[in-house]
Design a binder for this molecule. Structure first.
Ligand code: AMP
Ligand code: MG
Length: 343
Protein backbone atom coordinates (compact mmCIF):
# COMPACT_ATOMS: atom_id res chain seq x y z
CA UNK A 1 0.00 0.00 0.00
CA UNK A 2 1.06 3.60 -0.65
CA UNK A 3 -0.28 6.19 1.76
CA UNK A 4 -0.35 9.96 1.21
CA UNK A 5 -0.23 12.06 4.42
CA UNK A 6 -1.05 15.77 4.61
CA UNK A 7 -0.18 18.02 7.58
CA UNK A 8 -1.09 21.73 7.80
CA UNK A 9 -2.24 22.30 11.40
CA UNK A 10 0.28 25.01 12.29
CA UNK A 11 2.94 26.72 10.15
CA UNK A 12 4.55 23.75 8.37
CA UNK A 13 3.02 22.56 5.11
CA UNK A 14 4.00 18.94 4.63
CA UNK A 15 3.03 16.07 2.35
CA UNK A 16 4.50 12.60 2.54
CA UNK A 17 4.17 9.27 0.78
CA UNK A 18 4.96 6.16 2.80
CA UNK A 19 4.29 2.49 2.16
CA UNK A 20 2.99 -0.30 4.37
CA UNK A 21 6.57 -1.60 4.84
CA UNK A 22 7.47 1.59 6.74
CA UNK A 23 9.44 3.10 3.86
CA UNK A 24 9.24 6.88 3.75
CA UNK A 25 9.20 7.47 0.00
CA UNK A 26 8.82 11.25 0.26
CA UNK A 27 8.39 13.68 3.15
CA UNK A 28 8.52 17.26 1.89
CA UNK A 29 8.04 20.16 4.25
CA UNK A 30 7.85 23.87 3.54
CA UNK A 31 8.51 25.74 6.78
CA UNK A 32 7.11 29.23 7.26
CA UNK A 33 9.70 30.24 9.88
CA UNK A 34 11.07 33.03 7.67
CA UNK A 35 7.57 34.49 7.30
CA UNK A 36 6.55 34.41 10.96
CA UNK A 37 9.86 35.34 12.55
CA UNK A 38 9.16 39.05 11.91
CA UNK A 39 6.18 38.72 14.26
CA UNK A 40 8.03 36.57 16.88
CA UNK A 41 5.29 33.97 16.69
CA UNK A 42 2.84 32.39 14.27
CA UNK A 43 0.23 34.65 12.66
CA UNK A 44 -2.70 32.29 11.92
CA UNK A 45 -4.08 34.18 8.91
CA UNK A 46 -0.65 34.36 7.27
CA UNK A 47 -0.08 30.68 7.98
CA UNK A 48 -3.36 29.72 6.27
CA UNK A 49 -2.66 31.87 3.20
CA UNK A 50 0.79 30.36 2.78
CA UNK A 51 -0.52 26.79 3.13
CA UNK A 52 -2.75 27.62 0.14
CA UNK A 53 0.29 28.82 -1.82
CA UNK A 54 2.47 25.82 -0.98
CA UNK A 55 0.26 22.77 -0.75
CA UNK A 56 -0.34 21.88 -4.40
CA UNK A 57 3.27 22.71 -5.32
CA UNK A 58 4.50 20.18 -2.77
CA UNK A 59 2.11 17.52 -4.04
CA UNK A 60 2.96 18.06 -7.73
CA UNK A 61 6.65 17.96 -6.85
CA UNK A 62 6.63 14.72 -4.85
CA UNK A 63 4.43 12.90 -7.37
CA UNK A 64 6.75 13.98 -10.20
CA UNK A 65 9.99 13.29 -8.32
CA UNK A 66 8.88 9.74 -7.49
CA UNK A 67 7.17 9.09 -10.80
CA UNK A 68 3.81 8.50 -9.09
CA UNK A 69 0.28 8.94 -10.40
CA UNK A 70 -2.85 9.06 -8.29
CA UNK A 71 -3.64 5.50 -9.31
CA UNK A 72 -0.54 4.49 -7.28
CA UNK A 73 -1.98 5.94 -4.05
CA UNK A 74 -4.17 3.59 -1.95
CA UNK A 75 -5.03 5.81 1.02
CA UNK A 76 -5.12 9.52 1.82
CA UNK A 77 -4.86 10.83 5.36
CA UNK A 78 -4.82 14.38 6.66
CA UNK A 79 -4.79 16.23 9.96
CA UNK A 80 -8.33 17.06 11.11
CA UNK A 81 -7.25 18.81 14.33
CA UNK A 82 -6.26 20.14 16.78
CA UNK A 83 -4.59 23.23 15.35
CA UNK A 84 -5.14 26.59 13.69
CA UNK A 85 -8.48 26.48 11.89
CA UNK A 86 -7.31 28.22 8.69
CA UNK A 87 -4.44 25.80 8.11
CA UNK A 88 -6.56 22.77 9.03
CA UNK A 89 -9.22 23.82 6.51
CA UNK A 90 -6.63 24.12 3.73
CA UNK A 91 -5.11 20.66 4.27
CA UNK A 92 -8.36 18.87 5.05
CA UNK A 93 -10.27 20.34 2.10
CA UNK A 94 -7.34 19.52 -0.18
CA UNK A 95 -7.27 15.91 1.09
CA UNK A 96 -11.05 15.42 0.85
CA UNK A 97 -11.07 16.74 -2.70
CA UNK A 98 -8.23 14.43 -3.77
CA UNK A 99 -10.01 11.53 -2.11
CA UNK A 100 -13.33 12.23 -3.81
CA UNK A 101 -12.01 13.01 -7.29
CA UNK A 102 -9.66 10.00 -7.35
CA UNK A 103 -11.95 7.66 -5.38
CA UNK A 104 -9.29 6.86 -2.79
CA UNK A 105 -10.29 6.05 0.83
CA UNK A 106 -9.73 8.84 3.37
CA UNK A 107 -8.73 8.70 7.04
CA UNK A 108 -8.83 11.83 9.23
CA UNK A 109 -6.03 11.91 11.80
CA UNK A 110 -5.63 13.70 15.13
CA UNK A 111 -2.37 15.68 15.01
CA UNK A 112 -1.29 14.46 18.47
CA UNK A 113 -2.00 10.89 17.36
CA UNK A 114 0.45 11.52 14.50
CA UNK A 115 3.18 12.54 16.98
CA UNK A 116 2.20 9.65 19.28
CA UNK A 117 2.56 6.91 16.67
CA UNK A 118 5.64 8.23 14.75
CA UNK A 119 8.00 6.06 16.79
CA UNK A 120 6.15 2.98 15.48
CA UNK A 121 6.97 4.10 11.93
CA UNK A 122 10.68 4.64 12.65
CA UNK A 123 11.31 1.98 15.34
CA UNK A 124 9.67 -1.29 16.30
CA UNK A 125 7.77 0.06 19.30
CA UNK A 126 5.12 -2.36 20.54
CA UNK A 127 1.88 -1.32 22.27
CA UNK A 128 1.23 -0.42 25.02
CA UNK A 129 3.57 2.50 25.71
CA UNK A 130 3.84 5.62 27.82
CA UNK A 131 4.08 8.80 25.73
CA UNK A 132 5.55 12.17 26.64
CA UNK A 133 4.49 14.60 23.91
CA UNK A 134 6.41 17.88 24.04
CA UNK A 135 5.78 20.27 21.17
CA UNK A 136 5.02 23.89 20.32
CA UNK A 137 1.39 23.45 21.39
CA UNK A 138 1.32 20.51 23.85
CA UNK A 139 3.25 19.04 26.78
CA UNK A 140 1.39 16.02 28.08
CA UNK A 141 1.73 12.43 29.22
CA UNK A 142 -0.55 9.78 27.67
CA UNK A 143 -0.86 6.05 28.01
CA UNK A 144 -1.25 4.52 24.55
CA UNK A 145 -2.87 1.08 24.82
CA UNK A 146 -3.29 0.63 21.08
CA UNK A 147 -4.22 2.69 18.04
CA UNK A 148 -7.33 4.79 18.80
CA UNK A 149 -7.07 4.07 22.56
CA UNK A 150 -5.31 6.91 24.34
CA UNK A 151 -5.51 7.98 27.99
CA UNK A 152 -4.45 11.44 29.21
CA UNK A 153 -2.35 11.16 32.39
CA UNK A 154 -1.40 14.79 33.02
CA UNK A 155 0.56 17.68 31.61
CA UNK A 156 1.22 21.40 31.55
CA UNK A 157 -1.24 23.73 33.22
CA UNK A 158 -0.11 26.76 31.17
CA UNK A 159 2.51 27.15 28.41
CA UNK A 160 3.55 24.26 26.20
CA UNK A 161 7.25 23.49 26.50
CA UNK A 162 8.09 24.45 22.90
CA UNK A 163 6.27 27.75 23.45
CA UNK A 164 8.40 28.35 26.59
CA UNK A 165 11.60 27.53 24.66
CA UNK A 166 10.57 29.99 21.94
CA UNK A 167 9.64 32.76 24.40
CA UNK A 168 12.87 32.35 26.36
CA UNK A 169 14.75 32.29 23.03
CA UNK A 170 13.08 35.59 22.15
CA UNK A 171 14.12 37.13 25.50
CA UNK A 172 17.69 36.00 24.76
CA UNK A 173 17.59 37.67 21.34
CA UNK A 174 17.22 34.50 19.25
CA UNK A 175 15.01 34.52 16.17
CA UNK A 176 11.76 32.53 16.06
CA UNK A 177 11.49 29.63 16.73
CA UNK A 178 14.14 29.93 19.43
CA UNK A 179 14.10 26.29 20.65
CA UNK A 180 16.78 24.81 18.38
CA UNK A 181 19.11 27.83 18.73
CA UNK A 182 18.65 27.90 22.50
CA UNK A 183 19.99 24.34 22.62
CA UNK A 184 23.14 25.48 20.75
CA UNK A 185 23.52 28.59 22.93
CA UNK A 186 23.19 26.53 26.13
CA UNK A 187 26.30 24.51 25.18
CA UNK A 188 28.43 27.61 25.78
CA UNK A 189 26.88 28.37 29.18
CA UNK A 190 27.14 27.07 32.71
CA UNK A 191 23.82 26.35 34.41
CA UNK A 192 25.44 26.71 37.85
CA UNK A 193 25.85 30.48 37.33
CA UNK A 194 22.10 31.13 37.24
CA UNK A 195 19.50 29.80 39.61
CA UNK A 196 16.08 29.27 38.01
CA UNK A 197 12.98 27.77 39.66
CA UNK A 198 11.60 24.32 38.85
CA UNK A 199 7.84 24.85 39.18
CA UNK A 200 5.76 21.93 40.50
CA UNK A 201 8.75 19.57 40.48
CA UNK A 202 7.96 18.24 43.94
CA UNK A 203 4.20 17.83 43.41
CA UNK A 204 3.38 14.14 43.37
CA UNK A 205 1.31 14.40 40.21
CA UNK A 206 1.94 14.96 36.51
CA UNK A 207 1.05 18.67 36.52
CA UNK A 208 3.73 20.86 34.95
CA UNK A 209 4.04 24.63 34.59
CA UNK A 210 6.44 26.51 32.35
CA UNK A 211 5.10 30.07 32.35
CA UNK A 212 6.68 30.91 35.75
CA UNK A 213 10.03 29.69 34.49
CA UNK A 214 9.71 32.07 31.55
CA UNK A 215 8.89 35.00 33.90
CA UNK A 216 11.93 34.11 36.05
CA UNK A 217 14.08 34.32 32.91
CA UNK A 218 12.64 37.77 32.09
CA UNK A 219 13.45 39.01 35.61
CA UNK A 220 17.00 37.63 35.60
CA UNK A 221 17.66 39.00 32.12
CA UNK A 222 16.65 42.47 33.27
CA UNK A 223 19.14 42.27 36.14
CA UNK A 224 22.06 40.98 34.11
CA UNK A 225 21.54 42.88 30.87
CA UNK A 226 24.95 44.59 30.96
CA UNK A 227 26.92 41.33 30.58
CA UNK A 228 25.25 40.20 27.40
CA UNK A 229 26.84 37.18 25.80
CA UNK A 230 28.03 35.22 28.86
CA UNK A 231 24.77 35.67 30.73
CA UNK A 232 22.67 34.72 27.72
CA UNK A 233 24.43 31.37 27.42
CA UNK A 234 24.27 30.77 31.19
CA UNK A 235 20.55 31.57 31.21
CA UNK A 236 19.97 29.20 28.27
CA UNK A 237 21.92 26.44 30.04
CA UNK A 238 20.07 26.99 33.30
CA UNK A 239 16.66 27.08 31.58
CA UNK A 240 17.43 23.82 29.79
CA UNK A 241 18.68 22.23 33.03
CA UNK A 242 15.50 23.22 34.91
CA UNK A 243 13.37 21.82 32.09
CA UNK A 244 15.38 18.58 32.04
CA UNK A 245 15.05 18.17 35.82
CA UNK A 246 11.28 18.74 35.65
CA UNK A 247 10.78 16.34 32.73
CA UNK A 248 12.96 13.64 34.31
CA UNK A 249 11.10 13.84 37.63
CA UNK A 250 7.70 13.76 35.91
CA UNK A 251 8.53 10.96 33.48
CA UNK A 252 9.71 8.89 36.41
CA UNK A 253 6.39 9.57 38.18
CA UNK A 254 4.47 8.83 34.97
CA UNK A 255 6.14 5.41 34.80
CA UNK A 256 5.03 4.71 38.40
CA UNK A 257 1.48 5.90 37.66
CA UNK A 258 1.28 3.73 34.52
CA UNK A 259 2.61 0.67 36.34
CA UNK A 260 -0.11 1.08 38.97
CA UNK A 261 -2.87 1.49 36.39
CA UNK A 262 -1.78 -1.08 33.85
CA UNK A 263 -0.38 -4.53 34.43
CA UNK A 264 2.61 -4.25 32.23
CA UNK A 265 4.36 -2.01 29.78
CA UNK A 266 7.88 -1.93 28.49
CA UNK A 267 8.24 1.12 26.27
CA UNK A 268 8.37 4.88 26.68
CA UNK A 269 8.17 7.25 23.71
CA UNK A 270 9.10 10.93 23.70
CA UNK A 271 7.99 12.87 20.63
CA UNK A 272 7.01 16.35 19.37
CA UNK A 273 9.35 19.18 18.33
CA UNK A 274 11.08 19.57 21.71
CA UNK A 275 12.03 15.88 21.59
CA UNK A 276 14.58 16.92 18.94
CA UNK A 277 16.65 18.46 21.78
CA UNK A 278 19.74 16.29 22.35
CA UNK A 279 20.41 17.46 25.90
CA UNK A 280 16.87 16.50 26.94
CA UNK A 281 17.10 13.21 25.02
CA UNK A 282 20.25 12.21 26.93
CA UNK A 283 18.80 13.11 30.35
CA UNK A 284 15.45 11.42 29.70
CA UNK A 285 17.13 8.27 28.38
CA UNK A 286 19.17 7.93 31.57
CA UNK A 287 16.12 8.43 33.82
CA UNK A 288 13.90 5.98 31.90
CA UNK A 289 16.61 3.31 31.75
CA UNK A 290 17.11 3.58 35.51
CA UNK A 291 13.43 2.60 35.77
CA UNK A 292 14.16 -0.45 33.57
CA UNK A 293 12.09 0.78 30.63
CA UNK A 294 13.13 1.24 27.01
CA UNK A 295 12.94 4.74 25.57
CA UNK A 296 12.36 5.66 21.93
CA UNK A 297 12.58 9.01 20.17
CA UNK A 298 11.65 9.58 16.52
CA UNK A 299 14.60 10.94 14.49
CA UNK A 300 14.80 14.76 14.99
CA UNK A 301 13.36 15.52 11.52
CA UNK A 302 10.23 13.52 12.37
CA UNK A 303 9.85 15.11 15.82
CA UNK A 304 8.55 18.39 14.41
CA UNK A 305 5.39 18.49 12.28
CA UNK A 306 5.51 16.34 9.15
CA UNK A 307 3.26 14.49 6.72
CA UNK A 308 4.88 11.07 7.30
CA UNK A 309 3.49 10.85 10.85
CA UNK A 310 0.00 11.61 9.54
CA UNK A 311 0.34 9.02 6.75
CA UNK A 312 1.47 6.40 9.29
CA UNK A 313 -1.32 7.11 11.80
CA UNK A 314 -3.83 7.00 8.91
CA UNK A 315 -2.45 3.63 7.85
CA UNK A 316 -2.63 2.18 11.39
CA UNK A 317 -6.25 3.33 11.68
CA UNK A 318 -7.14 1.98 8.23
CA UNK A 319 -5.71 -1.42 9.17
CA UNK A 320 -8.12 -1.37 12.15
CA UNK A 321 -11.04 -0.73 9.81
CA UNK A 322 -11.32 3.04 10.25
CA UNK A 323 -12.20 5.22 7.27
CA UNK A 324 -13.51 8.75 7.60
CA UNK A 325 -16.62 10.20 6.05
CA UNK A 326 -15.84 13.17 3.81
CA UNK A 327 -18.28 15.37 5.73
CA UNK A 328 -15.94 15.49 8.74
CA UNK A 329 -15.26 19.06 9.91
CA UNK A 330 -11.88 20.51 10.92
CA UNK A 331 -11.53 20.48 14.71
CA UNK A 332 -9.42 23.32 16.20
CA UNK A 333 -9.80 21.60 19.59
CA UNK A 334 -9.69 17.83 19.65
CA UNK A 335 -8.14 16.31 22.78
CA UNK A 336 -6.44 13.00 22.05
CA UNK A 337 -8.34 11.24 24.82
CA UNK A 338 -11.69 12.38 23.35
CA UNK A 339 -11.03 10.84 20.00
CA UNK A 340 -14.16 8.70 20.32
CA UNK A 341 -16.03 11.34 18.33
CA UNK A 342 -13.99 10.43 15.24
CA UNK A 343 -16.45 10.03 12.34
P1 AMP B 1 6.05 21.04 16.75
O1 AMP B 1 5.00 21.87 17.44
O2 AMP B 1 5.97 19.58 17.07
O3 AMP B 1 6.17 21.30 15.28
O4 AMP B 1 7.46 21.52 17.35
C1 AMP B 1 7.92 22.83 17.23
C2 AMP B 1 8.47 23.28 18.56
O5 AMP B 1 9.61 22.47 18.91
C3 AMP B 1 8.95 24.72 18.56
O6 AMP B 1 8.47 25.34 19.72
C4 AMP B 1 10.48 24.59 18.59
O7 AMP B 1 11.15 25.65 19.22
C5 AMP B 1 10.65 23.31 19.38
N1 AMP B 1 11.96 22.71 19.11
C6 AMP B 1 12.42 22.20 17.95
N2 AMP B 1 13.70 21.78 18.08
C7 AMP B 1 14.06 22.02 19.39
C8 AMP B 1 15.24 21.82 20.16
N3 AMP B 1 16.34 21.28 19.62
N4 AMP B 1 15.23 22.20 21.46
C9 AMP B 1 14.11 22.74 22.02
N5 AMP B 1 12.97 22.97 21.33
C10 AMP B 1 12.94 22.61 20.04
MG1 MG C 1 3.06 19.33 16.30
Amino acid sequence: MKILGIESSCDDTSISIIDDKKNIIANDIISQNQIHKNYKGIVPELAARNHVLFIDKILTNILKKNNFKFTDIDLISATVGPGLIGGLLVGLTFAKTLSQVNRIPFVGVNHLEGHALTARLTNSVEYPFLLLLVSGGHSNFYFISEVNKYEFLGGTLDDALGEAFDKVGNILGLSFPGGPQLEIMAKKGNYKNINLPKPLINEKNLDMSFSGLKTAVINIRKKLIENDSICGADIAASFQKSVADILCRKISLAIDVSLKKYDYFENVVVSGGVAANNYLRTKLKKTVELKNKTIFFPPPKLCTDNGAMIAWAGFELYKKGVTTNLNIQAKPRWPLEKIGDRI
